[in-house]
Design a binder for this molecule. Structure first.
Ligand code: SF4
Length: 499
């Protein structure tokens, strides 16, 4: 174990933690300099023309590395954030020199939603050439990541321009699955032994849906998109699914522009359910193989076969869903670049409209993380696999249209949604970019309250099903208050514009 002593103003301390973990995985910080294996000293000066950072790293008394950088203010974020960014850049350069290796592929960018930064630059009218230079020089981003951000934001601009205060988007969560996949950290419950709980949960959820949609209507807001996710919503039986879809439909006050149901596990998708979804106006469906290697599917505890996926996919195609998405995970145990190639070759024959590529995340709550025998793909290999997937999917005519990053992914790599032109999911763009309100209903869901394209607040429902049901009356009251507040701001804004 490496002990590191960091001498830095406390307001910048948290900003460098991820970089230290990248270069010294599992290290511990110590307040005792004499007990430390590595000492890092950082001094920050805010000059009128830009932040300046001096950093020194010493491993022993004879050997130390120093770095001094000064950057101009860009004014793309506030000065505190710009200073933090310069601190990260100074540390990154120092660590690269000291260790003699570049680790991580996203430079100093630690944000979960890096496209938000680029979209804000584009909002300010910055030229793409300037954005490229800033991402490279100030964030130390690798060239392909710069290009990825520009490609994604290119696909989003028209949709973002048309976002509106009057529109909200609904996320509805079903926390049940047929079984637990070993890589999953989501608090989903295997449905088998919880039949009664499903009914009680559904009753609570329908109450939250009804009250929310009544408030949405009362305050003159329109629902633009609906996303029923999970868990596995299609684990509900036909009667339960029908009850939920009916409740939603009964209280809608406008034409919904996109209606997605995540049918994550193909083993839950009988034709009767697909027909039911179609009859209630669902037009986007996600059927997720994760991989087309049967051996891997068995290994990670997904109880479906490749053939079941193909059968469910073909049934959905025959029913003419507008958009079919398929999720993949890169880096599952035992897989390599050949498995990725095999999966994508087979997927190409099916012509999905969207392919969403996740990099495997090893979260604490995932059963897989506890496995001692498992050998994980190393950073260089996962980088090759993710880059290969990107090239291959682009060859199929799909472009990246939304992306985000998660903690603990292999190689700290990203998750990217690809789409055929014109088939991009509105919900995914609006939710990740936080440009329109998303109201989360059901256990563990988050609500993002947005006004004039700025995120005002984020609220969460409890992750535990029993606690969610107990707190339901309060959760509903709070949601109605938030909707009323949003409605009030819209009215006040209209008044101001009138005068
Ligand atoms: S289907 Fe999805 S939510 Fe359910 S256990 Fe598997 S990964 Fe988790």
């Amino acid at each position: 174990m490496v002990f590191i002593h960091v001498d830095i103003d406390k307001k910048y301390r948290n900003t460098i933690n991820e970089l230290l973990h990248l270069y010294f995985p599992g290290h511990k910080q110590t307040g005792d300099e004499s007990a430390a294996d590595v000492v890092l000293c950082i001094k920050v000066k805010k000059n009128f023309d830009g932040p300046e950072v001096w950093a020194e790293l010493s491993g022993d008394r004879q050997h130390s590395e120093r770095n001094n950088i000064k950057l101009p203010w860009l004014g793309d974020t506030d000065p505190v954030n710009e200073t933090k960014r310069t601190v990260r850049l100074a540390i990154l350069q120092l660590l690269e020199t000291a260790v003699g290796e570049t680790k991580g592929y996203w430079g100093t960018l630690t944000s979960v939603r890096p496209t938000k930064i680029v979209n804000r630059m584009l909002d300010k009218g910055w030229a793409k050439k300037t954005i490229k230079a800033v991402l490279h020089d100030h964030y130390a981003l690798r060239y392909d990541k710069v290009q990825l951000l520009l490609d994604v934001t290119d696909s989003q601009r028209t949709i973002l321009k048309n976002s509106s205060n009057n529109c909200v988007n609904l996320y509805i969560g079903i926390p049940f699955c047929p079984s637990r996949c070993t890589y999953c950290s989501f608090p989903a419950v295997a449905v088998g032994s919880h039949a009664k709980l499903v009914e009680h949960y559904l009753t609570a959820l329908c109450e939250e849906v009804t009250s929310t949609l009544e408030a949405v209507q009362e305050h003159g807001l329109n629902v633009r998109t609906i996303y029923i996710g999970g868990g596995t919503p299609t684990v509900l039986n036909v009667g339960q699914l029908g009850r939920l879809l009916n409740t939603i439909d009964h209280h809608l006050n406008a034409d919904v522009k996109e209606y997605t149901v995540e049918a994550g596990r193909p083993d839950t998708l009988e034709e009767e359910k697909l027909k039911l979804l179609k009859s209630w106006g669902v037009d986007r469906i996600s059927i997720n193989p994760q991989t087309l290697s049967g051996e891997t599917l068995r290994k990670v505890g997904r109880l479906h076969t490749v053939d079941e996926f193909i059968k469910a996919y073909c049934s959905a195609r025959q029913l003419n869903f507008d958009i079919i998405n398929t999720d993949l995970i890169i880096g599952l145990p035992g897989e390599n670049i050949d498995t990725v190639k095999y999966t994508l070759d087979r997927l190409e024959d099916l012509h999905p409209d969207n392919i969403t590529v996740h990099t495997l995340a090893l979260k604490k709550a995932a059963k897989m993380r506890q496995s001692k025998e498992e050998q994980w793909v190393d950073d260089k290999e996962i980088d090759k696999m993710v880059s290969f997937a990107r090239r291959r999917i682009q060859e199929m005519g799909q472009q990246p249209y939304y992306m985000y990053r998660q903690k603990n992914t292999l190689g700290q790599l990203e998750n990217v949604g690809y789409s055929l032109p014109g088939k991009e999911s509105l919900y995914n763009i609006l939710m990740i970019e936080e440009r329109e309100t998303v109201i989360g209903l059901g256990v563990g869901s988050g609500s993002k309250w947005v006004f004039n394209q700025e995120l005002l607040d984020v609220t969460y429902n409890p992750k535990d099903i029993t606690i969610y049901m107990e707190r339901l009356p309060r959760l509903i009251r709070e949601k109605i208050d938030k909707i009323a507040f949003l409605g009030g701001m819209i009215n006040a804004d209209k008044e101001t514009q009138r005068h």
